[in-house]
Design a protein around this ligand. Structure first.
Ligand code: ATP
Length: 777
């Protein structure tokens, strides 16, 4: 099945790649048309990515997986490039595709961007090992992690005694009440039996009474059942076991796990085969290859002498040795390759992958390989080439000597003195380069990474990320985006739009080195939004999904640590050295507006919140494409920061909105269920979602936890949950008021991208096109 899926996806990718150059290179003036083209390509690449990711996770053939991985990274990079183009074109981070989805007959869920499972699977051992070390260091240094999750408030001694007394008296009271009840019942039963014993019972009347009660009860149950069945038949209620995981799904998950085991075994076999087959080849064919090469080279000596009258010069090792003589490349060809600049950095890799697929796999007969183990012939082919180049190095040495001897014997020529000089010069150049690279001073050259790691953990700068997946971030799609834009209303981005941006800008580049190196680089990300919209949760999710280390450089966290100028330098050096060496890493700055305060409030002056301000731009400059480090800032009050320097540091700004009706609806439902609540028809979720407009996810979580106590959960069978219980609890909280939301929007309109967009909307599209043209140049 996965093979079939792979072939289909490769074909779709091939077709898409053929279309790319025609559509993308043609100059276009119509903005809408350009966006439609970009968006269509984007959506199609996302579909291909989803399929390929699935295939890569499940296919067990090791050699196919290598090729799929290459194409997969290429597709990811291309999706990011297209996203970047769309951002530049529309001057907004959020795009709405609902009309294109309709044309392509796709559901919004199909646009969801999954996180490749290989990000974590391939690093499982490393991540587990690191978690263990971190836990060990925390335990050794007496820092209790549970305290970080659930902060404990201290309490005066007499108050604590009083609390324990109250609880104990209540317990004793309950016990006594139970005891008294039992005594009372005993007495009551004894009295009843006495009075009943005196009466002469009428057996018929008693039977009739029992029948009456039983029939009523039976009919009630029957009617209830019939009504329920009718509702299910009409589609008004979900069928029983609707939310249960079906046996088929469980079986499928089991098969998935089994496939992963087979995958690992095949991978191991393949690695072993790479070594054994090469050794075998060396034994069997090594001598032949050597003789063949020698014959070829000798033949070349003679041919050259016949043509030119002298023996040729032997090509240097740097030029590739004798391999260059027999390569088919002409100079003309090389020039062609240089000149053809591709518009994307990922297209060549994808094309290469597609060509390899067509050459090797498309029409390959694999009837012999039912178990999908490695193909030895392919390994042989590859290893033969490797072996040949290895042997060629030895042969070159021999033949160089032989040529020298030949020249001496036949032409009586000595080695050209000029050449020796040239070689020496090259050596000098190399030294110069070495000196230059030594410029970066390592402040902790004498320390091991382990000791730095330990120090940072003990200082509380390197913290344990909470285990939350991005899929735990609940939300719904925005279904009316395009429609609203058409009538000039800027739609509020939905929570799932935010989630996608986090995947694209945070998780993909951190998870894949190939993508990070070539895709449009995002070094810093700002999450701005009211309290409780899940900013922290998103930061932790980025770390969980990529296995990244989490550094906390919030001003409150670094206050008083590493004092002085030198101390600060040392701290930053240590943080970024560890972050670089144990990448991927996330450097989180909570309440980041404090670092850029326009005016530091008196109460916070002792904390020196602006310590990092001058250093952050320098740090960003030093981050190279191969450093998988992301700086994430979160803020509740971006308007307190000085705009210019703030926006210079944060390359991408994401406004995290409060949930809209659709999102609130799923949030209530899922958060209640996650906390042990049962949804019944008595609980009107729609009403709950409607009246809680303005409240954030944080509020919802808090209220659900407060209402769903252990006791309430136990009582649900007799008294189902109702919306009123939640509404009563939430009324004591402050929602996000319109004014606060407006101030976020106004602030965003002043950021570089916001300004450009406002200008484009009011000033027409011509300037936008010009601007884009300039940037492209
Ligand atoms: N989309 C979501 N789905 C499920 N739970 C969520 C979602 N968003 C937030 N939460 C939960 O809401 C609570 C508050 O979130 P979080 O602390 O991340 O918000 P925040 O924006 O960082 O708040 P603050 O600015 O006050 O620090 C957390 O318990 C988090 O798990």
């Amino acid at each position: 099945m996965y093979n079939k899926m792979w072939h289909q996806t490769q074909e779709a990718l091939g077709a898409l790649l053929d279309k790319e150059p025609q559509k993308m290179v043609e100059p276009q003036r119509n903005q809408v048309f350009i966006f439609q083209t970009l968006a269509t390509f984007y959506i199609k690449y996302v579909q291909i990515f989803r399929n390929l990711e699935n295939v890569y996770d499940q296919i067990v053939h090791p050699q196919k997986r290598i090729l799929i991985r290459k194409v997969l990274d290429g597709v990811m990079g291309r999706v990011l490039e297209l996203k970047n183009e769309m951002v530049e074109l529309e001057l907004t981070e959020f795009h709405y595709f609902d009309d294109i989805l309709q044309d392509l007959k796709l559901a919004p869920q199909q646009l969801d961007i999954p996180i490749p499972k290989y990000f974590l699977k391939e690093k499982l051992e490393v991540i587990k090992g690191r978690e263990k070390i971190l836990a060990q260091i925390l335990a050794d240094s007496g820092i209790d992690t549970s305290e970080m999750k659930f902060p404990v408030k201290s309490m005066p001694f007499d108050q604590a005694v009083k609390l324990i007394q109250i609880a104990e008296r209540a317990r004793q009271g309950r016990l006594r009440a139970l005891f008294m009840k039992q005594i009372y019942l005993q007495e009551y039963r004894a009295k009843q039996s006495k009075t009943l014993g005196k009466k002469v019972t009428d057996a018929w009347a008693a039977a009739l009474c029992i029948q009456k009660v039983w029939r009523r009860f039976h009919q009630c149950k029957k009617t209830e059942k019939l009504r329920e069945e009718e509702m299910i038949f009409l589609g008004m209620n979900p069928p029983p076991l609707f939310n249960e995981v079906s046996a088929t799904v469980i079986q499928a998950e089991k098969v998935d796990r089994l496939r992963n085991e087979v995958q690992m075994k095949h991978e191991e076999d393949y690695r072993e085969a790479l070594v054994t087959i090469k050794n075998d080849l060396k034994l069997i064919e090594g001598l032949d290859i050597k003789e063949n090469l020698q014959d070829q080279i000798r033949h070349w000596f003679i041919e050259c002498r016949n043509l030119t009258g002298t023996f040729p010069d032997y090509p240097d090792i740097e030029e590739g040795g004798s391999a260059i003589i027999f390569s088919n490349k002409t100079i003309q060809q090389e020039e062609d390759e240089k000149w053809k600049m591709s518009p994307s950095l990922f297209l060549p890799a994808m094309k290469e992958g597609c060509n390899a697929y067509k050459e090797i796999w498309m029409n390959k007969d694999e009837s012999w390989n039912f178990s999908q183990d490695f193909d030895p012939e392919l390994i042989k082919e590859e290893k033969r080439k490797e072996l040949e180049s290895e042997i060629r190095v030895q042969v070159d040495e021999l033949m160089r000597q032989e040529l020298k001897n030949l020249k001496l014997a036949v032409d009586r020529e000595r080695e050209h003195p000029a050449k020796v000089g040239k070689k020496k010069k090259k050596g000098k150049k190399g030294k110069k380069k070495e000196k230059k690279t030594k410029k970066d001073k390592d402040l902790t050259a004498d320390r091991t990474i382990e000791s730095l790691y330990k120090e940072l953990v003990e200082e509380g700068l390197l913290i344990q990320a909470l285990k939350v997946n991005l899929s735990d971030y609940i939300g719904e799609y925005s279904y009316l985006g395009t429609t609203l834009r058409q009538v000039s209303i800027e739609p509020m981005p939905s929570l799932l739009d935010v989630r996608q941006l986090i995947t694209l800008y945070g998780i993909w580049p951190l998870g894949s080195a190939a993508v990070h190196e070539k895709a449009p680089l995002v070094k810093s990300l700002l999450l701005a939004g009211p309290s409780g919209v899940g900013k922290k949760m998103l930061v932790h999710a980025i770390c969980t999904e990529t296995g990244a280390n989490l550094f906390n450089l919030s001003s409150s966290n670094i206050a008083g640590k590493y004092p002085g100028k030198n101390g600060l330098q040392m701290m930053l050096h240590a943080v970024f050295k560890v972050a670089r060496q144990l990448q991927p890493s996330v450097v989180w700055i909570e309440d980041t507006e404090k670092t850029f305060y326009k005016k530091v409030p008196n109460a916070e002056k002792t904390n020196e919140p602006k310590r990092l301000k001058r250093h952050l731009p320098q740090i960003l400059k030093l981050l190279k494409p191969d450093d998988r480090i992301l700086i994430v800032g979160t803020t509740r009050r971006p308007f307190d920061a000085e705009l210019q320097s703030f926006c210079r540091v944060y390359q991408k700004i994401i406004l995290v909105p409060r949930p809209d009706y659709a999102s609130r609806y799923v949030l209530w439902k899922q958060i209640i269920e996650r906390n042990g609540g049962v949804l019944t028809s008595a609980l009107n979720v729609s009403c709950l979602a409607k009246v809680t407009d303005g409240f954030t996810q944080g509020h919802i979580v808090k209220v659900v936890k407060a209402v769903l106590t252990d006791q309430r959960i136990r009582r649900q069978i007799h008294k189902p949950l109702t919306a009123v219980e939640f509404i009563t609890a939430i009324t004591s909280m402050d929602p996000v008021y319109k004014e606060e939301e407006e101030s976020f929007k106004n602030w965003y309109a002043k950021t570089p991208l916001g300004k450009k967009r406002a200008l484009a909307i009011t000033g027409g599209s011509t300037e936008k096109a010009k601007d884009k043209g300039k940037r492209k140049e």
